[in-house]
Design a protein around this ligand. Structure first.
Ligand code: PLP
Length: 395
């Protein structure tokens, strides 16, 4: 359990908590002193010695990135590739799948906007089709519908966003993983919002690819992400459409050999200072404990939903049997940007999602914007009350 003494300590190590009520962890969370120091130390070393020289001197710090990530996600270091962000990880995974005309992707109505754009691109370029699994009446994808759809048309890939950008829904990625393994279908999970928020065991999840960023619930620096690649996929020699001298070896005039493990999904040039910061963030998440983080963030988010739903003009939008630390709301008669500005003026950090990022979900909910409030474990119960009172005061 996270005691209030623990939380006070984590807040002291997170200077940003002193300035604002930071309920924008689904955008980018606040970094700890330890993460920032690790980044600064490496930048100092680069300043003093030169970039290549510093990376040679601190090689161990850099290679420790892989086991640090693998440890908190229940996988092996060779299955992790560094990427610049979640979309970069996702695109590399998608581009490594040899799609052919007539193939299909089965996805959900809650998958992330950029993933939907990538599917449309693949449809336009390669002639694949895009199918959507049905929703449960309570919200979220129905795993049974995935089973049915597979019988009707076997997809080449099943792609599911673990938690959307635009609601607190947690999709049942575990059950879908079981189906994918039984049916031997490739499975890509976008874990951008759940990495660092929920305990995740990638072997148990049964996915082939898992993409994530560090800047959100993992509390790492911007410009860092990772891709997990299963051994099944590595054994098939899948690799991204474009590779470089780090992902492969130019073994003869006419040929190349892929680098071992998920390294074939990386490029040579990487921001080592940021990778070291991300490594520290992963270690810190492990020290706090993902089970504790999940319990506390859910508790804060649930309390926020209860408080907000008592305010007459506020609609709390999150649907699904299992909800996490993204709370979305709409206020009748308000423009979303104006609503967010009112929160900013009172030192409350939030973010806004517009229709263009959540077409299917917002059409269902009949709204064109949602304000997103996303607490982390270092937020306080008092902050939940304050934000609820603030909203009630101006809405
Ligand atoms: C569910 C989800 N997937 C993917 C992304 C994209 O992440 P990135 O900006 O790191 O590429 C986001 C960003 O908000 C997201 O919420």
């Amino acid at each position: 359990m996270l005691t209030s003494a623990n939380i006070q300590q984590y807040r002291l190590e997170t200077p940003g908590t002193a300035h604002n009520i930071h309920f924008n962890n689904a955008g980018a969370s606040l970094m700890s002193n330890g993460v920032v120091l690790a980044v600064k130390n490496h930048l100092d070393a680069e300043t003093r010695h030169g970039g290549y020289e510093a990376s040679a001197m601190y090689q161990q710090n850099i290679t420790d990135f892989y086991p640090a990530v693998a440890r908190i996600f229940g996988c092996q270091p060779h299955q992790i590739a560094y990427t610049t962000n979640a979309t970069d990880a996702y695109s590399r995974a998608l581009s490594s799948i040899p799609f052919e005309s007539g193939d299909s992707i089965l996805t959900t109505y809650d998958d992330y906007v950029s993933n939907q754009l990538a599917f449309l691109q693949l449809r336009n370029r390669c002639g694949i089709s895009i199918d959507f699994a049905d929703l449960l009446p309570t919200g979220g994808v129905d795993p049974q519908s995935i089973r049915e759809k597979i019988k009707h048309k076997r997809p080449k890939l099943i792609a599911v966003t673990h938690m959307p950008t635009n609601s607190g829904l947690i999709q049942d990625v575990q059950s879908i993983g079981q189906i994918c393994r039984q049916e031997d279908i490739l499975y890509l999970v976008d874990g951008c919002q759940t990495a660092g928020q929920l305990p995740i065991d990638l072997q148990e999840m049964g996915c082939d690819f898992f993409s994530a960023t560090f800047r959100k619930f993992l509390r790492g620096p911007r410009g860092t992400g990772f891709l997990y690649v299963s051994d099944r996929v590595l054994d098939k020699n899948y690799h991204p459409l474009f590779i470089d001298l780090h992902s492969a070896n130019w073994s003869s005039n006419n040929d190349y050999q892929l680098a071992p493990g998920a390294r074939r999904y990386e490029l040579w040039e990487r921001p080592y200072a940021m990778m070291i910061g991300a490594k520290v963030a992963a270690e810190q998440a492990g020290t706090v404990g993902l089970n504790h983080i999940a319990r506390r963030t859910k508790k804060l988010a649930d309390a926020l939903r209860v408080g907000l739903s008592r305010i007459e003009k506020i609609q709390v939008l999150d649907r699904g049997e299992n909800l996490g630390a993204i709370v979305t709301l709409h206020a009748t008669g308000w423009n979303g940007n104006d609503f967010k500005t009112e929160l900013n003026r009172r030192n409350v950090n939030s973010s806004i999602v517009l229709t263009e990022s959540a077409r299917f979900d917002f059409a269902q909910k009949n709204i064109d914007w949602a304000v997103r409030l996303s607490p982390h474990y270092y937020n306080l119960e008092e902050e939940v009350d304050t934000v609820t009172d603030i909203i009630e005061s101006f809405v």
